[in-house]
Design a binder for this molecule. Structure first.
Ligand SMILES: [Zn+2]
Length: 106
């Protein structure tokens, strides 16, 4: 498992931290030369859609718990969602840095 890749343009290090800051897993920006890189991996889009399909109802349920003032349940689910999301981002980042192809977008 890799936690960093070399930028194909400037050879600068792009670390997992930069990957975590990217809003989607499909694009990442090199911190050194500012080149946008396209992330290519088979199954990535399907995995992303799958995560959204699971995350949206959970977010909706959290909203319902807050609206109906079930604070204990809302806090528990909120913490679980944040932790789950963080580990998922970390896992996705590791997987992408190890398996995906990064190509510059001009
Ligand atoms: Zn670069």
């Amino acid at each position: 498992m890799k936690t960093s890749i070399a930028c194909p343009k400037c050879n600068g290090q792009i670390t997992l931290w930069h990957g975590l800051q990217a809003p989607t897993p499909f694009r990442i920006r090199c911190a050194r030369c500012k080149t946008k890189l396209r992330v290519k991996l088979r199954g990535l889009k399907i995995a992303f859609v799958g995560i959204i399909i699971v995350a949206v109802p959970l977010g909706g349920y959290l909203g319902y718990l807050i609206a109906t003032r079930h604070w204990a349940g809302a806090a528990l689910l909120g913490v679980a969602l944040v932790l789950g999301w963080f580990f998922l981002e970390l896992l996705t980042g590791l997987l992408l840095f190890t398996r995906a192809e990064f190509t510059p977008i001009d």
